[in-house]
Design a protein around this ligand. Structure first.
Ligand SMILES: NC(=O)c1ccc[n+]([C@@H]2O[C@H](COP(=O)([O-])OP(=O)(O)OC[C@H]3O[C@@H](n4cnc5c(N)ncnc54)[C@H](OP(=O)(O)O)[C@@H]3O)[C@@H](O)[C@H]2O)c1
Length: 284
């Protein structure tokens, strides 16, 4: 019997991974959900999932929470800037408690990517390699959902404004990435494997077209310079740091940092990735 654990189980990705494990036939009592706030997953506890409280910043809490765990899905922390220390705590705790494999949600080409978010993932991957624990690197592309958080504003404006150009982006739904993660948790032969995970590529114009179709409103994509994008975001209330960060992500997107030709995602999930139009329709 293998005991699985998922960190960030109260988050969107972690929650899907826990429910996918149950759907894959793992007994809920063999799944440990690590959270800061147990109330957020009372529904999973009611299904029999073992809920343990742990904070990435508190290694002792992680050691207690990982007792008896064999295979761990380390969902990267959302606290950008603190993630290397936090992930190091999880890996140290896993070493102490005897976890046999850690699957980690990284980012496309983490070791060479110029993406502003890549260094924390690269450093975490290095910690995993040095840990002596078997690892599975799930180098996820962007979530399609990242593009679907402002549909009402985009409908009202009739446009999506960005600086990503017409560069294809290999985004996929959170659910598809979580399904791939769970396939590597429960499957065999994923020790020390590296997966570059991306869905069927689309451009920002494709996003606009899919939104137009799903909303019945004409929405176009308008490409601007990164400076113009940052200025526009500040004009609608974002602080300079956040606006610059968002613009930098579009620069990375235009450079191709969010694109991959790898078919690892569909191989792991055993089907094509969810089409953009389907994800857009679900969000609308
Ligand atoms: N590929 C992409 O496009 C993309 C986009 C966004 C994020 N990400 C990365 O993927 C991860 C999962 O995505 P998501 O959508 O599930 O994010 P999410 O919904 O924001 O979930 C983040 C999870 O991390 C937990 N967490 C944060 N700080 C913690 C700490 N100090 N100790 C313990 N738990 C902590 C949160 O717990 P609480 O519920 O207690 O807050 C939550 O469960 C993110 O954390 C981020 O690293 C990737």
């Amino acid at each position: 019997m293998t005991t699985y654990a998922v960190t960030g189980a109260s988050g969107q990705f972690g929650r899907i991974a826990v429910t996918d494990l149950i759907e894959a036939g793992i007994a809920p009592g063999d799944i440990v959900a690590l959270v800061r706030t147990p109330e957020k997953i009372a529904d999973l506890a009611a299904r029999g999932v073992v809920v343990r409280t742990a904070d990435y910043a508190d290694e002792a809490s992680l050691r207690a929470a990982l007792a008896g765990v064999d295979v761990l899905l380390l969902v990267s922390s959302s606290e950008v800037g603190q993630r290397v220390a936090q992930h190091a705590n999880v890996i140290e705790a896993a070493k102490t408690t005897g976890v046999s494999r850690i699957a980690y949600t990284s980012v496309l080409r983490a070791d060479t990517s110029e993406l502003v978010l890549a260094p924390e993932h690269k450093a975490t991957e290095e910690l995993l390699r040095a840990s002596g624990i078997a690892f599975t690197l799930l180098r996820n592309g962007w979530y399609i959902e990242n593009y679907l958080g402002q549909i009402e504003q985009q409908k009202a404006a009739g446009e999506i404004v960005g600086a990503a150009g017409d560069q294809p982006i290999s985004a996929a739904t959170r659910a598809d990435f979580a399904a791939a993660a769970v396939a590597t948790l429960v499957g065999e032969g994923h020790e020390n494997a590296i997966y570059e995970l991306g869905g069927t590529p689309f451009t920002m114009s494709d996003v606009a077209a899919a939104l137009s179709q799903a909303t019945g409103t004409n929405i176009v994509y308008r490409d601007v310079t990164p400076d113009e994008l940052a200025a526009g975001l500040q004009a609608v209330g974002l602080d300079a740091g956040t606006a610059g960060f968002v613009a930098a992500l579009d620069v990375a997107s235009k450079r191709g940092d969010l694109y991959t030709e790898s078919r690892d995602l569909e191989t792991l999930i055993g089907r094509p990735s969810t089409p953009l139009a389907e994800a857009v329709a679900a969000a609308v």
